[in-house]
Design a protein around this ligand. Structure first.
Ligand code: SF4
Ligand code: SF4
Ligand code: SF4
Length: 507
């Protein structure tokens, strides 16, 4: 029986939580990677993930530094597009059935092929944990490209990555193999070192001219020392960029932004990118604490709203926070992007000419269907993980949008327009502290593997796929080399992923 006197005194001690419970999702334990429930909480206009592993206790991390934007962004969640084929079955449950399994909610806008695990650098911050391991053969890559075409029909973008893909002896034939298939754009993700120093390689690159995703973290020696382990990298970076300009390659700068290291360099990176003849855009990435990384405080990490605030504060009115709109093809809190028309010093973000929010709002559908038409389709082409600045397709889409909203007088020369379009994207990958199964289930950036599997990037890097794939691909390579030496037939072993940490519900 309740003692009323005690009950009253207990009642008088009740107090409100200092947060709003927003939603329940699933995540992983940062220590054992076991799948556990996670609570999304709103506090002080920020968004946090709180979770508890039965074995390793409580974890809390900052996932978005603007709760108002986080909750409002749900309107940018576009219905997914189903791939032509799924490549795995639903057996163990997400995220252990990749993929793509029939539960997945989006096709692959971008397929990533990591051609090797080795690198010519040794960065302290490296989600790929680059080092010895494997190197794919051209034949394997061709098979992977064919599998990607089978699931996508006409794939949007293939990105060659690593390790460092430029040190792979067959990277040029691999790029050619992708270009020979039904794939709209081919990218090369690089630290630029070989491009800066190898004339013969530069000449080969000039023949194929992929879009270059270029690691560029800032200008200061301390930035490069902290993030790349080498303080004097800037001259090499500038040399590589200038050489890329000389062969007509388009570049997207990819700066990793780490708290307390290079936040103050964001504006200067934007100014530099706008002025450099090779650079067509920037993809700012809050430092990704998966794979190899130093100590960090998950409650103090940089998130997309932090980078947006810093862009606004450091670009002298060129870009405002309000110029950026979430990318709707994946989960809208994963990426935000804007495009600007650049003419000398004049920078005009497209969001100041047309209300992009209204066209990409999938909840209220505020734009009347008869008005939406081509403009909505055009904006969806730009606000996509598969948008490639510097490509004729991007220029085409921009031309249509601008013709409708009145930017310089219609009648566009597409190749001239391409030179005036500048993209700034922000991409916050999920780490073991922020991993959200909801985001991963609608991920549109997949790692392609030699057996045809496609694994969402943030699942690949967090739940154990990367480590297992690397070990098995290295073993396959050893077996192949041995078979070739002994003159016997080689049959690659299938890639098999197992997860001892299970897919249970934590508490
Ligand atoms: S992330 Fe996608 S492909 Fe992987 S298990 Fe989950 S739903 Fe399936
Ligand atoms: S971050 Fe890139 S450049 Fe640095 S070690 Fe890793 S793969 Fe190499
Ligand atoms: S790669 Fe990660 S952050 Fe990017 S869309 Fe996929 S789940 Fe989201």
């Amino acid at each position: 029986m309740i003692d009323l006197a005690t009950a009253t005194s207990v009642t008088s001690k009740k107090k409100d939580a200092d947060y709003v419970f927003y939603e329940l999702t699933r995540s992983i334990c940062p220590q054992c990677r076991c799948v556990i429930d996670a609570h999304i909480l709103l506090r002080d206009n920020k968004v946090f993930m709180r979770k508890r592993c039965p074995e390793h206790g409580h974890f809390e991390s900052l996932i978005y530094a603007d709760a108002q934007a986080y909750t409002a962004n749900s309107r940018f969640n576009k219905p997914g597009t189903i791939p032509l084929q799924f490549t795995t079955r639903i057996e163990r449950g997400c995220p252990h059935d990749c993929g793509l399994c029939p539960d997945h909610q989006q096709h692959a806008c971008l397929g990533i092929i990591e051609v090797n695990s080795a690198c010519n650098m040794d960065c302290p911050l490296c989600f790929a944990n680059a080092g010895a391991g494997y190197s794919l053969t051209l034949r394997e890559v061709e098979t992977m490209l064919d599998a990607f075409v089978a699931t996508e029909g006409h794939p949007e973008v293939v990105q060659f990555s690593g390790g460092e893909p430029t040190i792979h002896p067959d990277i040029i034939p691999m790029i050619q193999a992708a270009q020979a298939r039904n794939i709209r754009a081919v990218m090369l993700n690089t630290n630029g070192r070989r491009i800066a120093h190898d004339d013969a390689f530069l000449a080969q690159l000039a023949e194929v001219r992929p879009m270059i995703y270029f690691q560029f973290d800032g200008f200061e020696a301390e930035t490069y020392r902290a993030i790349r382990g080498e303080p004097n990298l800037l001259p090499e970076k500038i040399r590589a960029l200038d050489r890329l300009a000389s062969i007509g390659c388009s570049v997207v700068l990819v700066p990793a932004i780490e708290r307390g290291v290079n936040e103050h360099e964001i504006g200067r990176i934007v100014q530099f990118g706008l002025a450099h003849p090779a650079v067509r855009g920037i993809n700012f990435q809050p430092a990704f604490h998966s794979g190899r990384h130093g100590e960090h405080d998950p409650l103090q990490r940089i998130t997309i709203p932090d980078v947006l605030n810093l862009i606004e504060a450091q670009t002298e009115g060129k870009f405002f926070k309000s110029d950026f709109v979430p990318v709707p093809c994946c989960f809208p809190t994963c990426n935000s992007v804007t495009y600007a028309y650049v003419d000398g010093d004049a920078v005009t973000p497209i969001t100041r000419l047309i209300n992009v929010d209204d066209y990409l709002d999938y909840i209220t559908n505020r734009v009347a269907p008869d008005l939406a038409g081509d403009i909505k389709t055009a904006l969806e082409g730009l606000w996509s993980s598969s948008a490639v600045p510097g490509s004729p397709k991007a220029a085409q889409v921009f031309a249509l949008t601008c013709a409708a909203c009145g930017l310089p007088d219609g009648g566009f020369d597409l190749s001239a327009l391409t030179d005036h379009i500048f993209m700034i994207m922000l991409q916050d990958f999920l780490d073991p502290w922020t991993f959200n199964q909801k985001n991963v289930m609608k991920c549109c950036k997949e790692i392609l593997l030699p057996d045809g599997k496609q694994i969402p990037f943030c699942a690949y890097n967090n739940v154990g796929y990367r480590e297992q794939a690397r070990e098995q691909l290295a073993a396959r390579q050893h077996a192949r080399v041995r078979a070739e030496r002994e003159g016997v037939a080689y049959e690659p072993a299938p890639l098999i992923f197992s997860f001892n940490h299970g897919n249970g519900q934590g508490h």
